[in-house]
Write a protein that binds this ligand. Structure first.
Ligand SMILES: [Zn+2]
Length: 325
């Protein structure tokens, strides 16, 4: 049987770049009738001072990133078309990217319109490889952690602290990320001085393949898990006495994250941020999980995130969940 072929020309014409970016949960600002701008989503992006370097031209259906790291990674090219984009994001060949696009958007000979909702991130993505290094000189007693309400004991347990070494995480609060087998797969580097981007990750790290803190949550043997968006949400909920808590690392929910939740837990409490994105994500995730596990939602007031709450407030919310359905 011949290998499947991707019709590149047809894919480029038929699949809008912004639909593909939405599928990855990338949000860009509209700065004109045909132009979107925002933070670069590419794993090749390691520049520290290029917060808004990624742009999309909707009329030409091309993208570009003007940061040195992305240009260098592309051999001097500043951008490309939709298939290049997917090849970089998926770290696969152009041919493979074309096949994945064809599959995701169901674009065959007579299907001009993308038909799949962009709710789920890639399920065919490969797992993260264990990180080849461990950072030393992490200060778990840095004042930034106290400011965020993280106790020294919690910081120590999560291995979180200020990184005083060199490299792209220098001067950031680093958070070790382990997969379900407790293998260290990345560090998140949180800016502590308002610098953009707020979080940095090692090139190639795929958030969609991991639930932060899943390994520790699994060790408790509990079948009931709390799901939050961020690292600090996990730490605060854990500190309040609920160790069975995992983070999506954002408001996107991938097929792999769904599989991880379903294979380890029988009931899920969603406590996402109290904003439109968080509420919409909680709604979508609840709908996806409901047929398979018991799901409850804790709705937070406007602009409130779990990490803003005291232990007492968290306990008041997740004792009996606010609304179960
Ligand atoms: Zn870039």
């Amino acid at each position: 049987m011949p290998a499947p072929q991707a019709d590149f020309k047809s894919l480029k014409q038929r699949i809008p770049i912004d639909h593909v970016l939405a599928r990855y949960g990338v949000r860009l600002r509209s700065v004109g009738p045909h132009t979107l701008y925002g933070a670069c989503p590419l794993p090749t992006h390691t520049s520290r001072h290029s917060p808004q370097s990624f742009s999309v031209n909707l009329s030409l259906q091309v993208w570009s990133c003007h940061s040195a790291s992305c240009i260098a990674a592309r051999g001097g090219c500043i951008g490309g078309h939709v298939i290049d984009l997917v090849a970089i994001l998926e770290r696969c060949s152009l041919r493979e990217a074309g096949l994945r696009l064809q599959d995701w958007f169901n674009v065959g000979a007579s299907n001009p319109v993308p038909v799949r909702a962009p709710a789920m991130a890639s399920s065919s993505a490969e797992p993260n490889r264990p990180l080849g290094f461990v950072l030393q000189r992490i200060d778990t007693r840095h004042p930034y952690l106290a400011q965020r309400g993280i106790s020294p004991a919690t910081a120590q347990m999560f291995g979180v602290g200020m990184y005083h070494g060199n490299g792209f995480l220098a001067g950031r609060c680093v958070i070790p990320i382990r997969d379900e087998k407790s293998q260290l797969v990345a560090y998140a580097g949180r800016a502590v001085n308002g610098e953009e981007p707020k979080y940095r990750f090692p090139a190639g790290f795929r958030k969609s393949q991991v639930l932060f803190n899943l390994d520790r949550a699994m060790q408790t043997g509990s079948r009931n898990v709390i799901v939050v968006e961020g690292f600090f949400d996990v730490m605060k909920v854990h500190q309040a006495g609920h160790p069975v808590v995992v983070a999506l690392m954002g408001a996107s929910f991938s097929q792999r994250q769904s599989e991880l939740l379903l294979s380890h837990f029988a009931s899920v409490t969603l406590m996402l941020d109290g904003d439109n994105t968080g509420r919409r994500a909680a709604e979508v995730i609840a709908q996806l999980l409901k047929p398979k596990v018991s799901v409850s939602k804790v709705e937070l007031p406007n602009t409130v995130q779990p990490d803003h709450l005291s232990s007492a407030e968290i306990n008041a919310l997740v004792g009996p969940a606010n609304c179960t359905f």
